[in-house]
Ligand binder design. Structure first.
Ligand SMILES: CC(C)(COP(=O)(O)OP(=O)(O)OC[C@H]1O[C@@H](n2cnc3c(N)ncnc32)[C@H](O)[C@@H]1OP(=O)(O)O)[C@@H](O)C(=O)NCCC(=O)NCCS
Length: 115
């Protein structure tokens, strides 16, 4: 699905969400997309995707670490859902301290509570 269609879809579910197009400051190249909803009880990481050629460089880690810091300030957990077959993303979230708290055969629900 195109990012523009995904943005419309997630905005329908999270009208209060923040959409961020991630840009490389030195080249101006669009390198990723982040959609976050600041809900009363949690900061929800709704979508994160880096373009394929820029994955594995630590950018996702930096972006999510920024969100974790923002949530810690607000005293809220960060929550997200990840496909059970998305092993690489799951590994990244576990490394950043997220834990699986619920889910079904398709999606893990994960959270990291403020320290
Ligand atoms: C998941 C994602 C946002 C992480 O961003 P990133 O900038 O590649 O992440 P970092 O470089 O900080 O960390 C690399 C880690 O990301 C994970 N990762 C996920 N997909 C990856 C890919 N295609 N290439 C490299 N790393 C990937 C791995 O766990 C890797 O850690 P490892 O060293 O344990 O293998 C990015 O890889 C991506 O866009 N993946 C496709 C979309 C997706 O799955 N989004 C998450 C939906 S919940």
């Amino acid at each position: 699905m195109q990012v523009s269609a995904r943005i419309r879809s997630v905005r329908a579910n999270f009208p209060q969400g923040r959409n961020h197009i991630l840009v490389d400051g030195s080249t101006g190249e669009t390198i990723g997309w982040l959609f976050v909803a600041d809900l009363p009880e949690e900061l929800r990481l709704v979508e994160i995707a880096m373009i394929a050629s820029r994955r594995g460089e630590g950018l996702g880690t930096a972006v999510i670490s920024g969100l974790l810091a923002e949530a810690r300030e607000a005293g809220k957990p960060v929550r997200l859902a990840v496909d059970v077959l998305n092993h690489a993303a799951l590994r990244l979230y576990l490394r950043l301290g997220f834990r699986i708290v619920a889910g079904d055969e398709a999606r893990h629900q994960m959270e990291k509570r403020p320290d």
